[in-house]
Each structure stands twice: as C-alpha cells, then as structure tokens.
Design a protein around this ligand. Structure first.
Ligand SMILES: CC(C)(COP(=O)(O)OP(=O)(O)OC[C@H]1O[C@@H](n2cnc3c(N)ncnc32)[C@H](O)[C@@H]1OP(=O)(O)O)[C@@H](O)C(=O)NCCC(=O)NCCS
Length: 177
C-alpha cells in the first residue's frame, strides 16, 4: 500500500514540484510551463501538501491551504483542501481515500479542526465516502481583492467538523479554493 507523504513548502525539492505538476497536468491539461508558473504564483509559505509516490512517479496529490470562514459576525480558521487528484490509470483503487484520510489527520491536528473544500456536485459522493458533509447554507466566496461570488449550481461546499444553520450567510475567504 502507498504511504502518504506530508510536505511543507521548504522541504519540497524542485524534482518533487515538477512531478506534482506533471501529475496535475495529466488531469487538468494546460502546459507544463503554465502549471509551474501557476504553482509559483499560487503557493503560500503556509501551504501543506500530501503526495502518494509510486517508484519515480507522483500518483496522487492534494494541498491544504490556511483559510478563514466567516459566519455572520464570527470568524473561524480552517484548512481548505484543493487540487485533489489521482493518476488516471490508478483511480477507483482507493488512493483518493488514502489522501483524504491523511488530510483529515492534518485537519484534526489544526487549531480549529475545521476543513472545507469546493468541488463539483459530481464529486460529492467521493468526499462523502470519506466522511465529509455537504454544507447547506447561503455560501459566498470572497477573494483577497474583495470580489465576491456565490457558489455555482454545480458546485458543493464540503466540510469536516463544521456546522452552520441553513439560514446562515457564510463567506469563504481566500483566492483559491
Ligand atoms: C476524484 C478522485 C480524486 C477520486 O480518487 P480515487 O482514487 O479514484 O477515489 P477512491 O478510489 O478512493 O474512491 C473512494 C470512493 O469514492 C467514491 N467515488 C470515487 N470516485 C467517484 C466518482 N467518479 N463518482 C462517484 N463516486 C466516486 C466511491 O464511493 C469510491 O468507492 P468505490 O470505488 O468502492 O465505489 C479522482 O477520480 C480524480 O483524480 N479525479 C480527477 C480530478 C478531480 O476531479 N479532482 C477533484 C477536485 S475537487
């Protein structure tokens, strides 16, 4: 069984970053050049990463970002999971679930223990299978530039260790979800 590896920005080598971008580029095809420049632009010193490595290849990856959830007048620290991906030929073999279990361990260790992520409705079952719940509320996403947008009809906000009344107005703060 593949064992998850945890990384912070300072301990990822250039080769490891390249291999992660290679995997991401097989799932979300751009060019390697744009994957690498996106990585540079959108990576913060506080990010954490989880990988599954098989021989020379990185076959699964996710990132945990420090984010904030506003509920009415209260603010909560939270870990936001992004870029969850598994090598196409290795999907539906449990690797995604191994990644999510490792992410849950990190989230449980964090100060608030709260996790959230935005996914397409079609991916909801995958997260539910690992214990995440769909948050039913009025949800808005707010970038650091202050631009707000509502959750789209085909998007879900999945949460761990977080509840709010359905009538609550919730704002998820951060540039990347
Ligand atoms: C989504 C993804 C990460 C799942 O990884 P995976 O390794 O295939 O998932 P697992 O094998 O651990 O699946 C665990 C359970 O989740 C559910 N599940 C997984 N993929 C699913 C899918 N496409 N549709 C419905 N349920 C799914 C199933 O219940 C599955 O259990 P089962 O295979 O016994 O039925 C992977 O398919 C992927 O990389 N997709 C492309 C990138 C992507 O869409 N990422 C999500 C960004 S938010």
């Amino acid at each position: 069984m593949l064992v998850p590896r945890y990384h912070q920005v300072f301990d990822l080598t250039l080769d490891e970053i390249f291999n992660i971008c290679l995997l991401k580029n097989k799932i979300w095809q751009h060019t390697m050049e744009s994957q690498l420049s996106w990585w540079k632009k959108n990576t913060s010193d506080s990010d954490h990463f989880i990988t599954l490595v098989d021989g020379p290849s990185t076959v699964a990856f996710l990132r945990l970002r420090d984010r904030e959830i506003l509920v009415e007048n209260s603010s909560y620290h939270a870990k936001c999971v992004t870029e969850v991906c598994v090598e196409k030929s290795m999907q539906r073999k449990g690797l995604g679930s191994i990644l999510l279990k490792a992410a849950k361990n990190k989230i449980d260790e964090s100060d608030s223990g709260i996790g959230f992520l935005i996914c397409l409705s079609t991916e909801e079952l995958f997260y539910k299978a690992s214990g995440w719940s769909s948050l039913q509320a009025e949800i808005q996403l707010k970038s650091s530039g202050g631009i707000k947008r509502s959750l789209k009809n085909n998007e879900k906000c999945m949460v761990l260790n977080f509840e709010a009344p359905e009538s609550a107005n919730i704002v998820l703060c951060g540039d990347i979800f």
